[in-house]
Unconditional design. Sequence first.
Lengths: 133, 123
Amino acid sequence: MGAEKSVAIDRDVDIVTARQIGRELAAEAGFVGSDLTLIATAISEVARNIVVYAERGEIRLSLSSRNGRRGIEVIAADDGPGIPDIEQAMQDGFSTGRSLGLGLPGARRLMDEFEILSEVGKGTIVTMRKWRA
Amino acid sequence: MAVPVLKQGDVLIASIQSALTDHDLLQLKDELAEKVGRFRSRGVIIDVTALDVMDSFATRTLRGLAATTRLRGAETVVVGIQPDVAMALVELGLTLDGVATALDLEEGLEVLANLTEAHHRGR
């Protein structure tokens, strides 16, 4: 599965670009209808997290396949301040920035798989995947 | 990209044409708060038909916009939320509490007529 795209994130307009490219790639993977919107929305949330907390980072998008199922993988990586308490950050309504605190837990609900690795002072990597029905 | 705002009687109609950045959304909020005063508007309609994504930031900004214009004496109705967008909002756990919604512009104007009547009767 060759297609891979990378979007540099360092200001709000990049959030729009990332979710638009993500939607196109998801369509290429064969997603249709509301799944395209769910994927684009999840990308928007993790991209905004980069802008708000880390200032800059990158969204990497790729087609993925596992056990004969096709899907899309979204990686949001930054070398920002990191998340001291991931469990807390994943709770609805928890926020240290100017947000509702629904970004990460919301993105997790929209996708099938969601992993987060973060180290204080080093950065954060969110990996999420969605598989076609 | 700026959102065109039309004045139709005592209603302002903001018709979003394409995807908006966070900055565009905040600018729309400020602009409407100012125009509601300048034109003595009693209602605001935000047409989001063209939005293919409404995330937590967009939702929060629209709620803030409605609350701000209400304090300035005008009710806000959001119209045209796409079915897929509505589903995503529900999945995200986002609501537009305190913001009236309607299917399209026509219904939005009807909702607005009822709301503004109530508002100016002192609810």
